[in-house]
Design a binder for this molecule. Structure first.
Ligand SMILES: [Zn+2]
Length: 645
């Protein structure tokens, strides 16, 4: 394979379901996503490499080359995956010609080649003869197949992006051992390997990897795993996958499993798998997803929680879960062509995912709450290292390297194609190249909804350019070469079918009014509150930007929200919102109710003349100016029978 032959992450080879194929030839050339990728390359990756070295992730491998290995460093048996995720991200960067990180990449790959056992086994925790557990002894918590999954994903990326086969050889040897060991029985406590094995099938054409991935999905819920510490639902192992009543258990496990099942569906076309995936997806979006796209409300077991169990200040919403939901969303889009999956993809991308990394790219959230109380005890987190807000690293550092690899592959999720059409999945300043067309896209999205697509190369025959119209956009305006174009719009797609010539220019105008969102009546935590959004961005208010009133005292009416001023500040669009300041009444915590009680007593009535102004910033930017109170959901007067104002 030549060094520049490039395939995208999902669905490159066959996609039996056949709805949509990914497009490999996309380059993000400017705008917010480009800024994120540049930051990833110049700040997050060097930071991550430094931290991996300091935390002992390389030493854990290196020690296995010694006669008397030093003790394993770190608490968990899956710390090799943080190397693998970083290698996966680096493969994208090095494939694009960036020399930074090359030394680290080669060093780790060489170590892995040296450390891999003669039978193909590879895990720096279990390979130590003095380790507390032996290989395969603890499938529930050993994460050995989870390790293999990340190894395969890094290896496939290295081959596709760099033409480097070394890691793939290591991964195939381990994968073949796993196929032998798990031929008849057994699953891993942490899904991940399913997606990876489907990718290995795509890369090698060996259908046994696809069959193994399908078997791992099918075996769940059939009594093949011992449940310890947590019950079967934590592992999505209490019922077979197709019978899961709802997304459940550990959020990252659930979404990785669903993404893996979606990959199996993409390659096998299994309709029962798709039916289950669609049902689970729709239920999740209707009842279990935060407004930011975050998944998972429980800290105790990093679990998703019940329907409508979505507390703001105790949101778990792990950064890794955000990545997993995007992986699932993208595969659902490929399998069905449904634009609704991309609406959620974007919601997660610009909110629950983007918030996980600091503005300078060197600090991270593990959990992503939607509210910070003014008296928040910042040491109450799982890892009380005393750092305020985002942290430079974690004892369980799964999230930072996951951010690294996902930032590096954003371009794979901009466009797709099917026979006779190219689809724009999300808008960014980018160059899109398919076999049929080359397009240059110019936009400041997500800051505004104006998009210009210039045709650089086109087929002789008429061809379809399909533009996604996000669910929030309402009526989009489309022109071709300055003339209004009446494109049929259905299912979230506008279809422009015509003959194209180089130089043709399509203009898309997506209206981006400020929106006010409420909550479902069963969503007790935020019922009667309001959140602001514009385009795909969810907004929040930090105390820094509300000098006249405590953020807990802000009362924002629907008209206040929709009439917010739109301003640019430090490269971002902020919303200037007029609100009322309504200090909470000096009531008891639980005042007794009677029919004559003035609802204002409970809500905190605004005093006359207490109009104040506060700036709302994109949620993903919060927490970059020091710890202060923050809210996504603010009080609104539209409760207790009072009308919205
Ligand atoms: Zn994580």
């Amino acid at each position: 394979m030549t060094s520049k032959q490039v395939k995208p992450l999902a669905g490159a080879v066959s996609t039996a379901s056949g709805a949509v194929r990914p497009v490999a030839g996309v380059r993000i050339t400017g705008g917010l996503l480009h800024h994120w990728q540049h930051r990833n390359r110049t700040a997050t990756i060097p930071h991550t490499i430094e931290r991996l070295r300091a935390a002992g992730n390389l030493d854990n491998l290196r020690r296995l080359l010694q006669d008397d290995p030093a003790p394993y460093r770190g608490r968990y048996p899956f710390l090799d995956t943080d190397l693998y995720k970083t290698l996966e991200g680096l493969a994208y960067e090095l494939g694009d010609g960036d020399p930074a990180g090359r030394e680290f990449f080669d060093e780790v790959v060489t170590l892995l080649e040296q450390v891999q056992a003669p039978d193909g086994y590879l895990n720096s925790f279990f390979q130590d003869p003095s380790a507390a557990k032996k290989p395969w002894e603890d499938l529930t918590w050993g994460h050995e197949l989870y390790n293999l999954g990340h190894l395969i994903q890094a290896a496939v990326a290295a081959r596709r992006r760099m033409g480097d086969e070394r890691l793939l050889r290591v991964a195939v040897r381990f994968a073949d051992l796993v196929l032998e060991r798990f031929r008849d029985r057994g699953i891993c406590g942490h899904p991940e390997v399913e997606m990876a094995l489907v990718e290995l099938f795509r890369e090698t054409g060996e259908s046994r990897y696809l069959a193994m991935a399908a078997a791992f999905v099918d075996r769940r819920g059939t009594g093949q795993m011992e449940h310890r510490i947590f019950g079967g639902s934590y592992f999505q192992d209490h019922v077979p996958f197709r019978e899961l009543p709802s997304v459940t258990g550990h959020a990252v496990r659930m979404a990785y499993l669903a993404a893996g099942a979606a990959d199996v569906h993409l390659e096998t076309g299994d309709p029962s798998l798709l039916a289950a995936l669609e049902r689970l997806w729709d239920d999740m979006v209707a009842t279990k997803l935060y407004v930011t796209g975050g998944l998972g409300s429980r800290h105790s077991d990093e679990a998703i929680g019940d329907r409508y169990e979505l507390p703001s200040e105790r949101a778990y919403s792990e950064t890794c879960a955000a990545i997993a939901v995007m992986q699932w969303a993208w595969r659902m889009f490929l399998g069905t062509g449904g634009a609704k999956y991309l609406d959620v993809f974007e919601r997660v991308l610009y909110n629950a995912y983007a918030v996980g990394v600091s503005r300078d790219g060197r600090a991270f959230f593990y959990d992503n709450p939607l509210q910070r109380r003014p008296d928040h005890d910042q040491r109450s987190g799982a890892e009380p290292d005393g750092e305020p807000l985002r942290r430079a690293w974690f004892v369980c550092p799964c999230c930072p390297p996951n951010v690294v690899r996902w930032m590096a592959q954003l371009a794979d999720h901009v466009a797709a194609e099917r026979d006779g059409a190219v689809l724009i999945a999300t808008y960014a300043q980018a160059r899109i190249e398919t076999a049929a067309m080359a397009l240059a896209m110019d936009t400041a999205y997500p800051w505004d909804g104006d998009v210009r697509v210039t045709v650089e190369r086109a087929p002789d025959e008429p061809y379809e350019l399909v533009l996604r119209i996000p669910g929030w956009a309402g009526d989009a305006a489309i022109t071709v070469n300055g003339e209004p174009f009446d494109a049929p719009v259905s299912g979230g797609w506008a279809r422009l079918h015509r003959g194209w010539a180089p130089g043709d220019e399509v203009r898309l105008g997506l209206p981006m009014p400020v929106r006010a969102h409420g909550s479902h009546p069963h969503l007790d935590a935020t019922r009667g509150s309001l959140s602001l959004a514009r385009g795909p961005l969810v907004y929040c208010v930090e105390q820094h930007d509300s000098p006249q009133a405590a953020v807990d005292d802000l009362v924002v009416g629907v008209r206040d929200a929709r009439g917010a001023g739109v301003e640019r500040r430090d490269g971002a669009v902020v919303l200037r919102v007029e609100a009322e300041a309504a200090p909470a009444p000096p009531a008891e915590l639980y005042p007794e109710l009677d029919p004559g009680l003035d609802p204002g007593l409970l809500l905190g009535e605004a005093l006359p003349g207490t109009r104040v102004t506060a700036a709302f910033v994109p949620y993903f930017l919060w927490g970059n100016r020091g710890p202060q109170a923050m809210r996504v959901w603010v009080r609104t007067p539209c409760t207790n029978g009072k009308k919205a104002t």
